[in-house]
Design a binder for this molecule. Structure first.
Ligand code: ZN
Length: 68
């Protein structure tokens, strides 16, 4: 699981990957990627503020679906 900061050019709404709320994308967006670099989704600023560990604990376990 990786966290990636990207500069956002298209300001639109996204659904947060961890709390599932709709939020407006900020200029800097946090994107969750799996270990292969596949983009899994965006995380809202409220969840970002709770920290990486909290986000990680809320995420579905993408890694396990391959090995399960
Ligand atoms: Zn959120």
């Amino acid at each position: 699981m990786r966290f990636q900061i990207e500069c956002n050019r298209l300001l639109n709404s996204q659904t947060c990957l961890t709390c599932h709320k709709q939020f407006d994308l900020q200029e800097a967006r946090l994107i969750i990627c799996d270990d292969e670099g596949q983009c899994c989704g965006d995380v809202c600023p409220e969840c970002i503020a709770k920290g990486a560990k909290w986000i990680d604990s809320r995420l579905p376990k993408f890694n396990q679906k391959l090995s399960a």
